[in-house]
Design a protein around this ligand. Sequence first.
Ligand SMILES: Cc1cc2nc3c(=O)[nH]c(=O)nc-3n(C[C@H](O)[C@H](O)[C@H](O)COP(=O)(O)OP(=O)(O)OC[C@H]3O[C@@H](n4cnc5c(N)ncnc54)[C@H](O)[C@@H]3O)c2cc1C
Length: 381
Amino acid sequence: MKAAADVGIIGGGIIGSAIGYYLTKMGLKDIVLFEKDYLTSGCTGRCGGGIRQQWSTSDNVKLAKRSVELFEKYEDELDFDFEYIQQGYLILAFTDDEVRDFKKNVAMQKKHGLKVDLISPRQAKKIVPFLNTNDVLAATYCPTDGLANPFLTTFGYAERASEGGMTILRKTRVNSIERKGGSYRIRTDKGDCTVKYIVNAAGPWAQEAAKMIGYDIPVEPERHQILVTEPLERMVCPMVVDFYHGFYGSQEKRGGFVMGESDPSEPVSYKTSSHWKFVESISKKFTYLFPRFSNVKILRQWAGSYCVSPDAQPILGPISADDPNYFLAVGYSGHGFMLAPATGEAIAEWIVKGKPLTTDISHLTMERIEKGDYSQEYNVV
Ligand SMILES: Cc1cc2nc3c(=O)[nH]c(=O)nc-3n(C[C@H](O)[C@H](O)[C@H](O)COP(=O)(O)OP(=O)(O)OC[C@H]3O[C@@H](n4cnc5c(N)ncnc54)[C@H](O)[C@@H]3O)c2cc1C
């Protein structure tokens, strides 16, 4: 264990790894990443890998759009095949209220330069010929949305960050943090390390890591279940999202359909078991939308925890004015994989250059939560 470092990152998921990568890319070498288990053992390894820019808040659109610009370069930049495909996202509207909201969202997204359109059910059927559009009133479609492999993306970041000087300590749990002058002493089960900056990228466990220096941050773990079917011939199907019934599903590069749902009755918990009720419920939704696939076999089901914030947007930046060197990158509310590139870059810029320069994240700090001055993100499954 190194006795001291410039930055200590708590969490070896996509967020901690992305921040580590950008810190090393910006020239900082003295970084230690603490992971209590193995890289991707948290939410990242349970994620659907979807990358969507069609959000209802400007901040999420900006972050997702910047992330896609970065994802598009990663195969060369990280020198890693992370199974990235841009096969679009098709979002379905089933009510007049949804059509009204989708129109508003598309206008806002276009202002940010996103190539996205409000389309008719007939156009939606052209994009996904086997989709049941009988009850669909309209849809939105963005062809540059896509998918990637969350394991490979994390490993790509981690490998490049290790080459850049970051030390990755697997199976090393951060148990407590002590303030020490202007620094922090991180106490782990393998020894102590004193750092100038801490980044809390602990995903669903973010609240525990904040309590270690006495803060109660408003994020909570919430179970979400997901499954994959047997592989089918590739049909180049975009991710189909249906907020009304609470469904998302898409065909991954290897042929299986990956799908998940939202369950409003899910309580706050760290549970990651998956049950029959989920299979029953999602099968009904899937076969309603894709009747042709009613005989497809399920290969595997699993679950993971979202780290949910009050407005379903990430909480980024210093935890408070009293602890300006303790950074949060938490509360991604089910969309942390796709926002990792832009938020990793922004947090690294904040630490190395004193402020985020590429993407404006000033509305996403703890301040908005404390003041209750925030925009709710509604496009969440
Ligand atoms: C079913 C499901 C589907 C999803 N689908 C998508 C999707 O399609 N697209 C998308 O963008 N997002 C999706 N998400 C959300 C996405 O997975 C998360 O937002 C993202 O992985 C968060 O990454 P993270 O690095 O913050 O958290 P994590 O991956 O959970 O990483 C945090 C890490 O911190 C470690 N840790 C915690 N406490 C400590 C400690 N005290 N000491 C040391 N280590 C510690 C944990 O072991 C863990 O590995 C999905 C999530 C689920 C559950």
